[in-house]
Design a binder for this molecule. Sequence first.
Ligand code: AMP
Ligand code: MG
Length: 333
Amino acid sequence: MTTKIITPDRIEEAASCLKSGGTVVFPTETVYGLGGDATNSLAVDKIYRAKGRPGDNPLIVHISDISQLSTLVSEISPKAQLLIDRFWPGPLTLIFKKHPLVISKITAGRDTVAVRFPSNPIAQKLINLSRTVVAAPSANLSGSPSPTVCADVIDDLNGRVDYIIDGTGCEIGLESTVADVSSGETVILRPGAVTLEMIKELIPDAYLDSGLIDQDSIPKCPGQKYTHYSPKAKVIVVQGKKDAVHSFIQAKLTECDLCGVLTYRGGSYTGASLVLDAGDDMNSYAHNLFSHLRTFDKHGVHTVFAEFEVEEGMGTAVRNRLYKSSGHTIIEV
Ligand code: AMP
Ligand code: MG
């Protein structure tokens, strides 16, 4: 398959491809998405195939107009409505009881469906022009870090999709928050830029799924059980106060070949093959994490020591992705 890599001025062409059952990668405010018509079973098959995604991991359906929601869900609870009014369009996916007509390949046979209304204007325009609802997982090969720049999409999916729209976006850099509002409770299944603290302002009894706190319990978000966000390099999280973290990593570098360091709030190391900085706060860490992990791979780094400090808010989402990318190899210092 030849992939057409286009700029947003050719978006009409991509939208008509989407409408006729093709696959289109587009930017969103979180990460790039791999879109297909969510009402077309063959298009949905193409998404799973292009990513190499297991069929039991359901897809998020993207809308560009709130009126489309009633075609996807069978009920909207008052709590769900509060979240919609505050956070849509934006980086929050909500899980509802599904409408009978939503095809089972989207939901992997569940009676619930995940829906998101992205705020990125290119994403909105593409969905609008395609006149359908768009299933779109992250545009990476299954297991690897989600792409936040077009070059990373091309590395994974060139030759596997019909179109890639090279656009700006992905300011956030981590996938959307996923909150289940399909029962009376509000449960966060995947942390993201809409934080637990922000949701609690509206729904004080909202909570994080136990699978996010205790790694031995069974996650309710099917995607959370798979190895995720993993670069080829081995990632080791070194967690604690900055000075202790620095001394620990510096000592390790003397006995380590092809080792890199992901710093948090700067700092220098001797003997590292590559040092990249995640930034000065957790929003920057989120924005940089996936692209830096891919850069370490491009430089042939074998082991990445990642500096980390536990923080609330966006720190919860960064911790979730970082721990997973390390296969839960965490050293507390
Ligand atoms: P991605 O599309 O790659 O950002 O992943 C979407 C995430 O949403 C995965 O972790 C899925 O398991 C999760 N998800 C999608 N639909 C549902 C659903 N109906 N119930 C629970 N989790 C879901
Ligand atoms: Mg994904």
